[in-house]
Design a protein around this ligand. Structure first.
Ligand SMILES: [Fe+2]
Ligand SMILES: [Fe+2]
Length: 376
C-alpha cells in the first residue's frame, strides 16, 4: 500500500482535528443549557471548551504547514480551524459571565428562591425589576438598629426572592396547562391553581419586606419571552417530562425552600419577617407534597416507562444545582452587611443552606426509593 505523502498527512490531520473542534460547538451549546438543571455538566462544559481550543489549535498548525503545498485551501483551513479554536475560550468566557450574573441560572449561580422555578425552553428565568408598587402588599419590618449596608443587603435579598416568587406564578400556570394536556384529574389541577395564588401572595409579601428594608418600592418588568413559541414545550414524552420536572422542581427544590424558610424563621427575631418566612415554609411544604402527588399520578397513568424515568432522575438529584443563600451579583452586598443582624432578620449563611441541601437530597431520594410516588 502506498504511504500517504506529507501534504496528504497534513490535510488529514487538519480535517480530523478541525472537524473534531467544530463538532464540539453544537454539542457544547446543548451541554450549556442542560447545565442549568444538572450541575455536574458545568465542568463538562468548560472541559469541552478546552478540548475545542486544543483540537482547533492542532488543526490550525497542520493547516499552516499544509499551506506550503496548497496555498489557497491551506489558508482557508487555517482560518477555519483558528476561528473554531478561538470559539472555545470565547464561549467559556461568555458562559462564565452569564453564570456569574445568574443570567441563565446555570449551576451554582442560583440565588435563594422560595418557589417552583420557571423553565422556558430549558432555561430558568425570572422577571427583571422596575420601580412600582403594584406587586407590593403586606406589612413592613422594623429596621431599628440596622446600618445602611445591612438594610441594602436585606432589600436586595428580598427583591431577589420576590423575582423568583413572581416566576413561580407562571411556573404553576404552565404546569396546570401541561396537566390538562395529559388528562390529569380536577383535584390536581385545582391544587396547582391554589399554589399559583399562594405564589402571588409570597411575591407581594417579599416585595413588601424589600420595600420596608430599602425604603423604596419595586415591581416586576414584563416577561415577553413567555409569549414566544415553545414556552409550554416539554422534552420527550409528556408524562415522563412532567414527572421528572416535578420531582426536581417540586419534590426536591420546593421542599428545600421549605427547609430553608423554616430554619430562617427559627433564627429570625423580627416579627413581620418571621411571619412571612413561616407562611412561606408552610406553603412551600404543601407545594412539595403536591409535586409528589403529580409524580404519583404520572407513574400511575404512564406505567413502567414513567416509573423508570423517575428512578433514573432519582440518581441525578445529587447533581441538581443547589440554590445558594445569595446570587453571585448580591454576594458583595451581603459581605458588607452585619452578619449577626442578617441572622436576626432571618438570613442564614450559605454554609447552613449547604447542610440543609445535603439532607434534603438524601431524604428525597430515600422517599422515592420507598415508593412514595406509587402510593398517592
Ligand atoms: Fe412554591
Ligand atoms: Fe413561593
Amino acid at each position: 500500500m502506498k504511504k500517504p505523502d506529507e501534504s496528504q498527512r497534513l490535510l488529514f490531520r487538519t480535517l480530523w482535528f478541525g472537524g473534531a473542534a467544530a463538532i464540539i460547538v453544537p454539542l457544547n451549546f446543548v451541554v450549556f443549557f442542560w447545565a442549568s438543571e444538572v450541575s455536574f455538566l458545568t465542568p463538562v462544559f468548560f472541559m469541552l471548551a478546552g478540548v475545542q481550543l486544543v483540537c482547533g489549535a492542532i488543526g490550525a498548525r497542520a493547516a499552516w504547514r499544509y499551506a506550503r503545498f496548497a496555498k489557497l485551501s491551506g489558508v482557508g483551513l487555517l482560518l477555519f480551524c483558528g476561528l473554531v479554536a478561538l470559539g472555545g475560550p470565547t464561549g467559556a468566557a461568555l458562559a462564565a459571565f452569564f453564570m456569574g450574573s445568574g443570567g441563565l441560572g446555570v449551576g451554582g449561580a442560583l440565588g435563594g428562591a422560595w418557589g417552583r422555578p420557571l423553565r422556558l425552553r430549558g432555561r430558568i428565568v425570572h422577571p427583571e425589576l422596575r420601580a412600582g408598587s403594584d406587586w407590593t402588599r403586606g406589612d413592613r419590618p422594623s429596621t431599628a438598629g440596622l446600618d445602611e449596608a445591612t438594610r441594602r443587603a436585606l432589600e436586595a435579598l428580598w427583591l431577589h426572592d420576590a423575582q423568583k416568587e413572581h416566576a413561580s406564578v407562571p411556573a404553576f400556570s404552565r404546569l396546570s396547562w401541561q396537566l390538562i394536556a395529559v388528562g390529569a384529574p380536577a383535584n390536581l389541577v385545582e391544587a396547582v391553581h391554589v399554589a399559583a395564588l399562594e405564589e402571588i401572595d409570597h411575591t407581594r409579601r417579599c416585595f413588601a419586606l424589600a420595600a420596608g428594608y430599602g425604603g423604596r418600592s419595586h415591581s416586576a418588568e414584563p416577561m415577553p419571552d413567555l409569549l414566544l413559541g415553545g414556552a409550554l414545550d416539554l422534552p420527550g414524552r409528556p408524562l415522563e417530562a412532567i414527572a421528572v420536572e416535578s420531582l426536581k422542581d417540586g419534590c426536591l427544590l420546593e421542599d428545600f425552600n421549605a427547609d430553608v424558610a423554616a430554619a430562617c424563621a427559627a433564627a429570625c427575631l423580627e416579627p413581620v419577617t418571621r411571619d412571612v418566612l413561616e407562611r412561606i415554609a408552610r406553603e412551600e411544604r404543601a407545594h412539595a407534597e403536591l409535586s409528589w402527588k403529580i409524580v404519583a399520578f404520572c407513574v400511575e397513568r404512564g406505567g413502567a416507562p414513567v416509573r423508570r424515568a423517575v428512578e433514573r432522575a432519582a440518581g441525578e438529584l445529587a447533581g441538581v444545582a443547589r440554590p445558594t443563600a445569595a446570587s453571585a451579583e448580591k454576594a458583595d452586598l451581603v459581605a458588607r452587611a452585619d452578619a449577626a443582624a442578617l441572622r436576626r432578620h432571618g438570613r442564614l449563611p450559605d454554609t447552613e443552606w449547604a447542610a440543609l441541601w445535603s439532607a434534603r437530597v438524601e431524604q428525597t431520594a430515600t422517599r422515592l426509593l420507598e415508593g412514595a410516588p406509587h402510593q398517592a
